[in-house]
Design a binder for this molecule. Structure first.
Ligand code: FMN
Length: 184
């Protein structure tokens, strides 16, 4: 990781007050704010239910690395992340002519997945791997010129993840945020 690199962690959870996993991961990330890891709870940041586009663009442009953290909902993300992409990643800014605002920055997803990892296989209950389901994010990354890194995935979080396992996951997330991000 580049020295003094700034990392923006964008957290998308529609019910943070009821969250166990993402709330814990977000708290862990916030513990590193003085080390250049800046955390934004995107649902809490809404103004009159609207995304503040200039503020979001300035936030991500000012960082070298981006994390999109969210719980898996319907094999994808909560709706605000999709809307965020629609509104913030504009033509001429994030892609298209002169649209290179995020080019070269690293992008990592951090996803909590309710069901067990063994269900996410071609022969498993859901027929797709988690990485395959995340393909639209990788394609988005390709379009906006970010460097897509190996996602941080926690599976099986809905089937009674113990407090001890969650604490270990939080520490792993912490190390991940502070370290180099491997290629996928
Ligand atoms: C609306 C909704 C849709 C969900 N869809 C999925 C899904 O497609 N696959 C899955 O494994 N878990 C799914 N889950 C479970 C969530 O991924 C799980 O509750 C979440 O990761 C837990 O994190 P939290 O404690 O931060 O809420 C869904 C949960 C909700 C509420």
């Amino acid at each position: 990781m580049k020295q003094n690199a700034k990392t923006a962690v964008l957290v998308f959870h529609p019910h943070m007050e009821a969250s166990r996993i993402n709330a814990r991961l977000m708290r862990e990330a916030k513990g590193h704010e003085d080390e250049g890891i800046l955390v934004r709870d995107e649902y809490a940041a809404l103004r009159s239910n609207q995304i503040d586009i200039p503020s979001e663009q300035a936030f991500v442009k000012g960082c070298d690395r981006l994390v999109w953290q969210f719980p898996m909902y319907w094999y994808s993300c909560p709706p605000l992340l999709k809307e965020w992409e629609d509104l913030v990643l504009t033509y001429g800014w994030a892609y298209g002519t002169h649209g290179d605002a995020l080019k070269g920055k690293e992008l990592m997803l951090a996803v909590s997945v309710g069901s067990a990892g063994e269900n996410y296989h071609h022969e498993g209950e859901f027929g797709y791997t988690v990485d395959e389901l995340l393909a639209p994010f990788k394609a988005t990354s390709n379009l906006i010129g970010t460097v897509y890194r190996k996602p941080f995935i926690l599976t099986g979080v809905s089937s009674g993840m113990s407090d001890q396992s969650l604490e270990k996951a939080a520490k792993d997330y912490s190390s991940c945020l502070q370290g180099d991000w491997p290629a996928q």
